[in-house]
Design a protein around this ligand. Structure first.
Ligand code: GTP
Ligand code: MG
Length: 196
């Protein structure tokens, strides 16, 4: 599996520190604590490629990992964490917005949402932005192990229905890092975006 070979590339505080804007990039975004870092670790089958933590807001830099010379994966800082100082929030917001709007090699955004509270106002902002610039978004409803099958399924159907109304480029699936559920579907979407 190609994704298992991912390796750490850079932690950037500013966009200017990122590698040249060529090749293919996929960004992982979502609220703080949604399980972004865990999902990347699971997808890449590595225990600590990304730092995970019980303290929300831990990932404050743009962390990049490379699959090969032309394919990269980006772990974006989580948004919406209330306890982060206002000035810092604004700085992240600006960097995040700039990355998403200017990065030409960006093929799509994997949007992670805790299945117990999907489609928060911040998620909707992200989706609205993506819709406006025709950016594909694949939603991972994370921590699916926290719900029983029935409620998990109906949440997925509800989210799919809402996404469909917004853009034909939006898709969603269930995902659980602790159960390692949803991996083939996630890999398939990434393959499509990375054109491999
Ligand atoms: P920030 O980087 O702080 O924005 O958070 P993050 O979105 O990267 O979340 P992270 O992967 O660090 O996970 C946050 C918490 O959720 C940790 O305590 C994880 O162990 C837990 N978690 C992540 N994925 C799962 C999952 O699939 N199931 C369960 N039960 N817990 C999970
Ligand atoms: Mg993280």
């Amino acid at each position: 599996n190609w994704y298992h070979g991912a390796s750490y590339l850079i932690s950037a505080a500013e966009l200017s520190q990122l590698p040249e804007d060529t090749g293919f990039e996929v960004a992982f975004a979502g609220r703080s604590n949604a399980g972004k870092s865990s999902a990347i670790n699971t997808i890449c089958n590595q225990k600590s490629l990304c730092r995970t933590s019980k303290t929300p807001g831990r990932t404050q830099l743009i962390n990049q990992f490379e699959l090969d010379d032309t394919h990269r994966l980006t772990d974006l800082p989580g948004y919406g964490y209330a306890k982060v100082p206002e000035a810092m929030k604004r700085r992240w917001q600006k960097t995040l917005g700039e990355y998403l709007e200017t990065r030409k090699c960006l093929q799509g955004v994997v949007l992670m949402m805790d299945i117990r509270h999907p489609m928060s106002s911040h998620d909707l902002q992200m989706l609205e932005w993506a819709r406006a610039c025709n950016m594909p978004v694949h939603c991972l409803l994370t921590k699916a192990d926290k719900l029983k099958r029935g409620p998990a399924k109906s949440t997925l159907l509800q989210v799919l229905k809402e996404l469909k109304k917004m853009s034909p480029l939006f898709t969603a699936q269930m995902f659980s890092s602790s159960k390692r559920d949803g991996l083939p579907e996630a890999w398939q979407k990434l393959n499509e975006w990375y054109q491999v």
